[in-house]
Design a protein around this ligand. Structure first.
Ligand code: SAM
Length: 184
């Protein structure tokens, strides 16, 4: 079972990760994707450390989000398309998200591609949508968060949703911090 707020399957493909400088931001892309309903993230670089730290969060906070590294982005996109999935590439140069969102809601399987350094130009041609979350440069974390929020229908990812098998669960509180251990 996916943690996705709808039955839609959403996977993030992270390109251009440089282990020496992108560890933190790539980890944040994965954690944001998990929190907002993606089923997993494919990392087109080698970085066992990221796999370990994201898996550690999943272990403690629940759900079945997966992360795979060393993925060939060409093969990942080809396989996804062959299985009937669609591709959305997030780029400040694309069309505005509000103009694409209704058609992006239609496919059952959506891969969201985000870069770090400059993405290969081929990606623009392979994508079904090249989508800008505002036409200004900002962050892949913000772009993923806003896109997943806009994609969610009838199941608000900002409401405290349950993650199966969680060992830790936050109790939303007006002031202070409340965490339940082993809530089930
Ligand atoms: N310098 C890189 C280039 O020219 O392609 C972009 C670097 S940017 C920090 C990293 C990633 O964040 C981009 O590849 C894109 O996926 C995402 N991103 C940044 N700003 C965005 C925006 N306004 N809309 C959509 N995605 C954005």
């Amino acid at each position: 079972m996916s943690d996705s707020p709808t039955e839609k399957r959403i996977v993030i493909l992270r390109l251009g990760h440089r282990p020496e400088r992108d560890k933190r931001i790539t980890t944040h892309v994965a954690l944001t994707a998990r929190a907002f309903g993606a089923e997993g993230m494919l990392l087109a670089s080698e970085d066992k450390g990221i796999v370990r730290s994201v898996s550690d969060v999943v272990e403690r906070w629940g759900g079945d989000f997966y992360i795979k590294h060393n993925v060939s982005w060409k093969a990942a996109i080809r396989d996804w398309k062959e299985a009937g999935g669609k591709i959305c590439h997030l780029s400040m140069y694309g069309i505005n998200l509000p103009d694409a969102i209704e058609s992006m809601k239609l496919p059952d399987k959506l891969m969201i591609v985000v870069g770090a350094e400059k993405v290969p130009f081929e990606i623009y041609g392979l994508a079904d949508w090249n989508v800008a979350v505002g036409s200004q440069p900002h962050s892949e974390v913000a772009a993923v968060a806003v896109t997943l929020d806009r994609l969610s229908e009838g199941n608000d990812p900002l409401k405290n949703k349950k993650f199966e098998g969680a060992k830790l669960e936050v109790v939303p509180t007006e002031c202070g911090k409340q965490v339940i251990e082993n809530p089930d």
